[in-house]
Write a protein of this length. Structure first.
Length: 279
């Protein structure tokens, strides 16, 4: 019987690297960003929006779909362990997960100081003029700008309901509602400083049989050999490209104003609130 575990967390925090390492194990399938939460949402919308359903309600039929959806969605995979990456920590998705996941819910949230997430985004902005943050900035009426370019781009990266904001909000929601027993955080810098140790901790927490991973000569992440379509959807090459020869932190020389750094540091909501993997 397949077991399902979950990853997610802040962007630019090592999700793709973790996926590449885990997929060395032939008994594990670690996904790229999954659409499964959206599948649940659209099916649940049937009960609200579909005229045929409203005319002749059949909640038992929908429940049959929901309780089997994880198994059906990955029915074509032979691996016994599926590690699903998506936004499972949002309030709606987390509650769906707790209701329909066929085993105990365990979610690994990858984190990184928000200031480093911001600097990573800004480095992409430097390299890729068509990156969506740059395009949003270029659409702003110059006469309305009252901050520097870098401050404005920081605001765009942190904009409400954007990817960073959604993940920070979700972690705070888990904390405020005392749902942290089923989650662990893994800090990016801590992970890459000793990936072997933290992969061991992850296997122990997920209760997966040991596997001898390699941490050099890594593979890029894709599905059936097709890589992420970064240039098509994000207008930037290499957003999900990892260094394959070895694991180490890449130096980032982006400089931020001190007040921006202070504000970003105030957003690290998980610190001291959610257990770190291995604790």
């Amino acid at each position: 019987m397949k077991k399902f575990y979950f990853t997610g967390g802040l962007p630019r925090a090592g999700n793709t690297l973790l996926c590449s390492i885990l997929n060395q194990n032939p008994n594990v399938y670690a996904t790229g960003m999954s659409c499964l939460p959206e599948v649940f949402l659209r099916l649940l919308k049937i009960a609200e929006d579909d005229i045929a359903y409203q005319t002749s309600p059949c909640p038992e039929n929908l429940q049959n779909v929901f309780v089997n959806l994880f198994k059906t969605f990955y029915g074509h995979r032979d691996e016994e362990v599926i590690i699903e990456r998506s936004s499972w920590t949002t309030p709606f998705n987390y509650q769906v997960l707790n209701q329909y996941c066929p085993n105990d819910v365990k979610i690994l949230i990858l984190v990184r100081p928000v200031v480093d997430v911001i600097k990573s985004y800004l480095k992409i902005c430097e390299k890729s003029p068509l990156f969506y943050i740059n395009q949003q900035y270029n659409f702003i009426d110059e006469s309305t700008l009252y901050k520097s370019e870098i401050e404005t781009k920081v605001d765009l990266i942190l904009q409400k309901e954007g990817e960073v904001d959604r993940n920070l909000y979700s972690m705070k929601w888990l904390i405020d509602n005392d749902y942290t027993d089923s989650v662990r955080v893994l800090d990016y810098d801590t992970f890459i400083s000793d990936p072997k140790k933290y992969i061991k901790y992850l296997y122990e927490w997920y209760d997966i049989p040991k596997y001898d991973h390699t941490y050099e000569d890594l593979n890029q992440v894709g599905v059936y050999g097709v890589p992420y379509r970064d240039n098509e959807y994000l207008r930037a090459d290499g957003v999900h490209t990892i260094r394959t020869d070895k694991i180490e932190k890449i130096k980032n020389d982006i400089e931020l104003p001190s007040h921006v750094i202070d504000f970003c540091n105030s957003l690290n909501v998980w610190e001291g609130k959610i257990k770190h993997l291995g604790d």
